[in-house]
Structures are given as C-alpha cells and as structure tokens.
Design a protein around this ligand. Structure first.
Ligand code: IPD
Ligand code: CA
Ligand code: CA
Length: 262
C-alpha cells in the first residue's frame, strides 16, 4: 500500500480507538470561542496522536490541526488537515454521530481523505481519481432527480456570521417551506459522507472550516457528487460556503438558497 495511504489509515484508526474507548466516559470539557463551541480532552489526545503518527513518517509535511493550529513547512507540497472529532457536541453528550476527519492536500488540492465514525465502525475513504469507498466497498451518490422528494441535511454555525449576504436561518426557512425532510446531524464530515453514499441527496452549510470538509469534499466528488459555493462556483476546501449534492438536484437547491424564482 502507498505510504501516504498507510499513514492516513493508521492515524485515523488510532484516533478512532481513542474516541471509541472514551465514548460515554469521563473527560474534561472546555469552551472555545462561543459558549457552545466545545473541545474535550479527547479531541486533544486524538489530534496529538494523529500528528505524532504523521510526523513519524513525514516530518517535512505541513499540518493544520483544529485543536493545535498550523505547522507549516514552506517547502512541502503536502498539507494534512485534521479534525480529531467532528461532532464534538454530540460526542460530549453521548450521541454516536461523530468522527475523525483527515484530508491530505497536495499542492493545495485534496488528494486523499478519510472519515471514520468508530461508534458505527464506518470508514469512508477516497483517493483522487480512484473512487470512494465505505469500509472498502465502492459508494456513489443517490440517483434522485426530483428535488421535490430530496432528503437533505444542513448545519448551523455556533457563532453567527455578521457579513453574510443573507442570514442562514432565512435560507433554512425557505428550504423548510418547500416541505422537504431536512436533518441536522451535528457533524459536517458525516453529512458529506452520507451524501457521498446516497443516504442524503444534498447538504449545505455556511461558515465551515477546512478541517470540517477537507476529507468529505473529496469523498463526495469521488462518489460522483457535485460541490460548489452558493453561487454555483467550484472552489476548494477553504471556501466558506459548502453545497454538496448528488449533482442532479444541484441547480434546484441552488435556486432555493439564492431565492431565484423559476
Ligand atoms: C462542527 C460540526 C457541525 C457544524 C459546525 C462545526 P466540531 O465541528 O461539523 O456539524 O455545524 O459548524 O464546527 O466543532 O464538532 O468539530
Ligand atoms: Ca469540525
Ligand atoms: Ca472538531
């Protein structure tokens, strides 16, 4: 197996073990910016272990970790983007919808990514040009073409953005008024992977960070899905607007987000 893939999978499995063994246990919980933006000592433990594993093989690579910040090596073409627990609020409340997310960027574009929910034992993986898998089996986005029956998922920021063109609640209201079933799971990485494997037909969220989306971004694309910003532009994992769909309903969902009367 390619060394990058081996290290990625070893790191994510190891972090998954840490999370699984502490699930429903006793751990310290701190608050980050905003009273509901939590971080537990398990997040920190898992991230430290992931970084240790990556560094042991690739000491010259750049790393961005949600909890420990950026270690940038100007000369490196590779950048690991880590969310040790995506869905920390769920984890802290004993809800098994949380995961580890690790994306690997090469020259700024995501080339490999994995998302692992150890409680459900679901490992999503994708490598650029090689498709996406769930526990080793190929996955693909749903085939639904009728937006009126779409099953959607979204999320909301803990800190409300000030200079968005439109308040995210307004967009949510318009979507709900379409009579569509919409879920809020609390883990953007899982949301993306569940679009990739066809459980959901689409996901949108404003103000996510690169560590939330880096792995899921590639997993959706490799599963045949479409990702753009809210203007329909193809961007990258650092964008602040994320719309991921099966492709077929992309235009319709964009129309609702952008309030376009057809
Ligand atoms: C959060 C989750 C959530 C999303 C938040 C993220 P965290 O990540 O992905 O679904 O709505 O915006 O911050 O804090 O659990 O790693
Ligand atoms: Ca996150
Ligand atoms: Ca996190």
């Amino acid at each position: 197996m390619d060394e990058l893939k081996y290290v990625l999978l070893s790191a994510i499995r190891e972090a998954g073990r840490i999370i699984h063994s502490n699930f429903n246990g006793i751990f310290r919980i701190d608050h980050k910016e905003g009273i509901n933006n939590l971080v537990t000592e398990v997040d920190q433990l898992a991230e430290a272990r992931i970084i240790e594993i990556i560094r042991a093989s690739f000491p010259e690579h750049s790393i961005i970790g949600e909890e420990s910040g950026e270690y940038l090596h100007e000369s490196s073409e590779y950048q690991w983007v880590i969310d040790p627990i995506d869905g920390t609020v769920n984890f802290a409340h004993g809800i098994p919808l949380c995961c580890v997310s690790i994306g690997l960027l090469h020259k700024g574009s995501v080339t490999m990514g994995a998302v692992f929910n150890p409680m459900m034992n679901e490992l999503f993986f994708a490598e650029k040009g090689k498709g996406a898998t769930l526990n080793g089996q190929p996955i693909s986005v749903s085939q639904k073409t009728d937006f009126r029956t779409a099953f959607l998922v979204t999320g909301f920021p803990y800190k409300w953005p000030e200079n968005t063109l439109e308040h995210p609640v307004k967009v949510f209201e318009r979507m709900v008024l379409q009579g569509l079933p919409i879920r809020r799971l609390g883990s953007a990485a899982i949301d993306l992977c569940w679009v990739a494997c066809g459980r959901f037909d689409g996901f949108w969220e404003y103000n996510l960070s690169a560590w939330d989306v880096a792995a899921g971004y590639l997993i959706v694309l490799e599963a045949g899905g479409t990702i753009t910003d809210f203007d329909g532009r193809i961007g990258n994992v650092f964008d602040k607007q994320t719309l991921a769909t099966n492709g077929h309903i992309h235009h319709d969902i964009l129309s609702v987000i952008r309030k376009i009367e057809e």
